[in-house]
Design a protein around this ligand. Structure first.
Ligand code: HIF
Length: 290
């Protein structure tokens, strides 16, 4: 382990980065702390992969996972990124163990690994991101990540800016089957499903089959089911209320296979936005064909 021989500095033999070894170490970390949330770091790693990618703006080709700019202020301190220090800290020893991987490749690979390890589809992933030095980039403006108390128009504004269509937006949204909201991070509270560490289409089943009402409390607008245990954000409810989003919600609630296939393609696309892959490079496992 440690730094492999580097051919350019006289090492013998060609260095081949072992991404499967990185995946294995990430998998071992997922349930390494039973006191953390629901017993898995998987959800917060998926959120890290999404937030590091979700700053992308197709009009200016800025933002995205390339650069790992969330290492720096102000992005690390954006309200939207509250709690993601946990995920970055968790991955720091992995970076130390495999110093040849960039943070930007590591954060996205960890997200893809977590989805699959929690029972989800294989998310096509390829390396090629590099980390910017602090003086190498213009900081992304705050406000590129979505707010949970807003409506369908806001969701479209954010995801159309990245280049997604309505079907991809709904497919991505199924990731809220994972994890939970934390009062001290976003102000919202609770999980979307009763199985927050298993990747499945349960989010869509809860959304369509459960009864949702506004939560009566002093906190931000959110919805709860009868038990008061499960929650939906306004942006989640908006998928059900919007005529164009709803058919995809209904489809994914019924057809987990279709959800897995479309999610894998959309999440892979999300993590590749704005990344200058070398010409001819293809994802190790190609994204499913539409
Ligand atoms: Fe989330 N999301 N997300 N999200 N998200 C939260 C948590 C997670 C939005 C808001 C929130 C996506 C889209 C949107 C995950 C993954 C994805 C939280 C709670 C909020 C408020 C944060 C906290 O308090 O800890 C909004 C408004 C989105 C646009 C509609 C993606 C599709 C669903 C892109 C996506 O992949 C995951 C995973 C979590 C759980 C994190 C955890 O620590 O458990």
């Amino acid at each position: 382990l440690g730094m492999p021989p580097n051919p350019s500095t006289g090492g013998k033999g060609e260095f081949k980065p072992d991404y499967d070894a990185v995946r294995k170490v990430v998998e071992e970390l997922l349930e390494s702390n039973e006191d953390y949330d629901d017993g898995s770091y998987g959800p917060v790693l998926v959120r890290l992969a999404w937030h590091t990618s979700g700053t992308y703006d197709k009009n200016t080709n800025t933002g995205g996972s390339n650069g790992a700019t969330m290492r720096f202020l102000p992005e690390s301190a954006w309200g939207a990124n509250a709690g993601l220090g946990d995920a970055r800290d968790l991955l720091e020893p992995v970076k130390q163990k495999f110093p040849w991987i960039s943070y930007s490749d590591l954060w996205t690979l960890a997200g893809a690994t977590a989805v699959e390890a929690m029972g989800g589809p294989h998310v096509p992933w390829r390396p090629g991101r590099s980390d910017y030095a602090l003086d190498q980039f213009v900081a992304n403006p705050d406000g590129r990540l979505p707010d949970g108390d807003k409506d369908a128009k806001h969701v479209r504004d954010i995801f159309y800016r990245m280049g997604f269509n309505d079907q991809e937006i709904v497919a991505l949204s199924g990731a809220h089957t994972l994890g939970r909201c934390h009062a001290d991070r976003s102000g919202f509270v609770g999980p979307w499903t009763n199985a927050p560490t298993t990747f499945s289409n349960l989010y869509f089943q809860e959304l369509t089959e459960n009864k949702w009402r506004k939560k009566k409390w002093n906190g931000p607008l959110q919805y709860e089911d009868k038990s008061g245990q499960l929650m939906m954000l306004n942006t989640d409810m908006a998928l059900l209320w919007d005529k164009k989003f709803k058919p995809y919600v209904m489809q994914y609630a019924k057809d987990e296979e279709a959800f897995f296939k479309d999610f894998a393609a959309a999440f892979s696309k999300l993590m590749e936005l704005g990344v200058p892959f070398p010409e001819g490079s293809v994802a190790a496992t190609p994204a499913p064909q539409k």
